[in-house]
Design a protein around this ligand. Structure first.
Ligand code: BGC
Length: 714
């Protein structure tokens, strides 16, 4: 039977109530209630969230297939954001690798484990571009840049969906469409208000990348665009998503966003909200049960047509078909596969690989790192030294703290000859004032050591959904702890466990070396140990600007040109777009990260200084490893349109490549400049190409580049 025939033959036998049931997604956490079981028997449940494991999901599947009238299998969905049982670094950390193949593989690990455990769809990738580190959810996405974000988005979709096409791929659900990352002031679920130009330049590209990569489904955001909640926003959900972007898959709400429309005040009651969502083309209702309860009434009263309902049901059935459930509802429920897949050797190894690549070396004064292997006494200090769950992040699915290699374990393993002591340093409390009592004991421990490794940061719940913060200084007394330990004059290596960029201005001043570990997942301690010992040379680069001061937020590298530009190095910048009281620059720019070796860039060579609108040109630099160890360098290409009919960013990332260089070795990085790299969203909101000069930058980060100029001509 061809795929459409299979779906149509199921659809034609369904009652209106059963059709509405297919659009219903309910949470079943732990043991199902009798009411939930009855809903399944009655054909009122199409999909389930929060039920995991072959054993649990098989029972529910048997109930749906064998005891409901239509016998349609359930689609099990979950937040498999960065791992299921083997937990990878949080997505913002994965983005810091700039290594798309490692990112794809990491998503494939998650897909193998989740599908082996009875899940067929994940609510990932989350591709919301975010420029405000106060927003807790930025950890799930790829940072501030739409270009990097787009490549990461596509890599993750491919990793989830192509992990093993033989019925063990995990369907993706790209989210949250669109502009949720613009939540005002970093407060979750807040209003977001931005221009159509920003929508198209910044927020849509990573969604387009997911669509082009074949993502199976999409979730709309809690927020509104131009004042209209996404669940009812026909402009975005129809004209843009279906029309311009060409998305053909299923669209679902976020958690209860249908009744939320009543709370927001755009619908008078749930019936009206349900009608609005259906008329906007939202196919699936996450958890509110408004579709299952109200659709039959809306059809019977003529507010929506049965054909609209059929269209949505086709989308659901198509997902079930893609997951292999329509051919064999039990295909994914195999206890043996589950046992052998979870935490398998291969999954651990691939997760460790990306954890190594994700850590960013922010400071390394006097080559403090790597730690020399003859070090005698190390003090490991800090509230995160022995943490386990805090390495897993907010969305850690079935990740278990007992499986985590702690930083302490990782350090002990790498330095077996050293005498290693420990002090917690301070207690963690959400407020900065608390937790000082343990500082004196930490200072004593530091005094007895040759070298101090301070492990600071935030607990897993402090970022993530609802994890907005006003202060971006490390919680509790951690900065005081560091300042007191620094007074001992010992060499200090500071490691930060975190879901967001913190303000590290004083932390960096008080540290000889500073390494951002993010929340590195199950194998985080092993990765840290191998980096500290020099077994692995760090290559991570910041996917987000690290502010110097909270008052700079939002701060990002690709701001539009202004008339009163700040000019570095001059004596007065009074009449410029800057602050009077702090430095203009961030602490660490976008794309920044050090290595244990050094890289030297040649001037840029252009194959031509003019290119035509249908042609291309090549820009290359020679990069030399001028240090004494092998290293990987992420070489970055940025462009700037010098004269344009709309204001353009001073720099935009357009390409990058990773070079692996032995000491003394030189390699050439060549970038192909094609017209699509020069396009912008024109005055009419269409992609446009304009003649004129472009600045071209190639460098080691967004603030440190070589520069050349070329011209686009007819
Ligand atoms: C979040 C989504 C998530 C969903 C299901 C919502 O609150 O915004 O990102 O996938 O819950 O857990």
């Amino acid at each position: 039977m061809d795929t459409n025939e299979q779906i149509e033959s199921i659809l034609k036998d369904l009652t209106l109530e059963e059709k509405a049931g297919q659009l219903n997604l309910i949470p079943i956490e732990g043991t199902p209630t009798e009411e939930q079981l009855q809903m399944i028997r009655d054909g009122k449940v199409g999909s389930v969230i929060k039920s995991n494991g072959v054993e649990n999901n098989l029972k529910l599947q048997q109930l749906a297939v064998e005891e409901s009238h239509a016998g349609i299998p359930i689609l099990f969905q979950e937040d498999v954001i960065h791992g299921y049982k083997t937990i990878a670094p949080i997505p913002i950390a994965e983005a810091a690798t700039w290594d798309l193949e490692a990112i794809r593989k990491s998503a494939a690990v998650a897909a193998r484990e989740a599908t082996a455990s009875g899940i067929q769809l994940t609510y990932a990738p989350m591709v919301d571009v975010c420029r405000d580190p106060r927003w807790g959810r930025l950890l799930e996405a790829a940072g501030e840049d739409p270009y990097l974000g787009s490549l990461v988005s596509a890599a993750r979709v491919k990793g989830f969906q192509e992990s093993n096409p033989k019925n063990s791929n995990l369907l993706g659900c790209v989210k949250h469409f669109a502009g949720y990352g613009a939540s005002l002031a970093g407060r979750d679920y807040n209003i977001a208000d931005f221009s159509e130009r920003e929508l198209r330049e910044i927020y849509l590209p990573p969604f387009q990348a997911a669509v082009d990569a074949g993502v199976a489904s999409l979730m709309c955001a809690y927020t509104a665009y131009d004042g209209v909640p996404l669940t009812a926003n026909k402009f975005l959900m129809q004209n843009v998503l279906r029309g311009e972007m060409g998305f053909k898959g299923l669209v679902m709400t976020d958690w209860e966003t249908i009744p939320n429309m009543v709370k927001i005040g755009v619908a008078a009651n749930d019936t009206m909200a349900t009608e609005m969502a259906m008329n906007t083309g939202i196919d699936m209702d996450m958890t509110s049960q408004k579709y299952v309860n109200l659709i039959p009434f809306l059809v019977k009263s003529g507010k929506i047509s049965e054909e609209q309902v059929d269209q949505a049901v086709r989308q659901v059935l198509l997902l079930k078909q893609k997951a292999g459930l329509l051919d064999d509802p039990y295909v994914l429920f195999n206890k043996e596969r589950e046992t052998s897949e979870l935490l398998s050797e291969r999954n651990i190894a691939e997760t460790k690989d990306i954890a190594l690549k994700s850590m960013v070396l922010l400071k390394n004064e006097n080559n403090t790192l790597p730690i020399k292997n003859d070090v005698k006494k190390i003090a490991v200090i800090g509230p995160f030294a022995k943490a386990a769950k805090d390495l897993l992040g907010w969305w850690h699915m079935m990740g278990d703290a007992n499986d985590v290699v702690t930083y302490w374990d990782g350090i002990k393993k790498e330095f077996p000859e050293a005498d290693i002591s420990y002090a917690p340093g301070c207690e963690i409390d959400s407020f900065r004032v608390a937790g000082r009592e343990l500082i004196p004991q930490a200072v004593k421990t530091a005094k007895k050591a040759d070298l101090v490794i301070l492990i600071l940061g935030e607990e897993y719940w402090m970022s993530g959904e609802g994890g907005g913060v006003a202060s971006l200084h490390l919680p509790s007394a951690q900065e005081e702890l560091l300042a007191e330990v620094a007074k001992t004059g010992k060499t200090i290596i500071t490691v930060i466990n975190s879901g967001r960029p913190y303000i590290l201005t004083e932390v960096a001043e008080n540290s000889d070396a500073l390494l951002y570990a993010w929340m590195p997942g199950t194998t985080g301690g092993t990765a840290l140990g191998e980096i500290l010992s020099g077994k692995y040379n760090p290559q991570g680069k910041t996917p987000m600007t690290f502010p110097y001061h909270e008052g700079q937020i939002p701060i990002f590298y690709s701001y539009r040109k202004t008339s009163h530009a700040f000019i570095p190095g001059i004596s007065s910048n009074r009449y410029t777009t800057t602050y009077r009281d702090i430095q203009h620059e961030p602490l660490y720019p976008f794309g920044y990260g050090l290595s244990y070796t050094t890289f030297e860039y040649s001037e840029i060579q252009l194959s031509a200084t003019t290119m035509s609108k249908t042609g291309s040109l090549q820009a290359s630099v020679k990069v030399t490893n001028t240090g004494s160890v092998k290293g990987n360098e992420v070489v970055q290409l940025y462009l700037h349109d010098k004269v344009c009919s709309v204001t353009r960013p001073v720099k935009e990332l357009k390409d990058f490549t990773i070079l692996e260089l032995e000491p003394g070795e030189t390699k050439t990085a060549t970038f192909n400049i094609t017209p699509d790299k020069l396009e912008f969203i024109g005055i009419d909101y269409k992609k446009t190409l304009e003649d004129g000069e472009f600045d071209l930058f190639i460098g080691t980060n967004s603030a440190n580049c070589k520069q050349a100029v070329f011209k686009l001509d007819n």
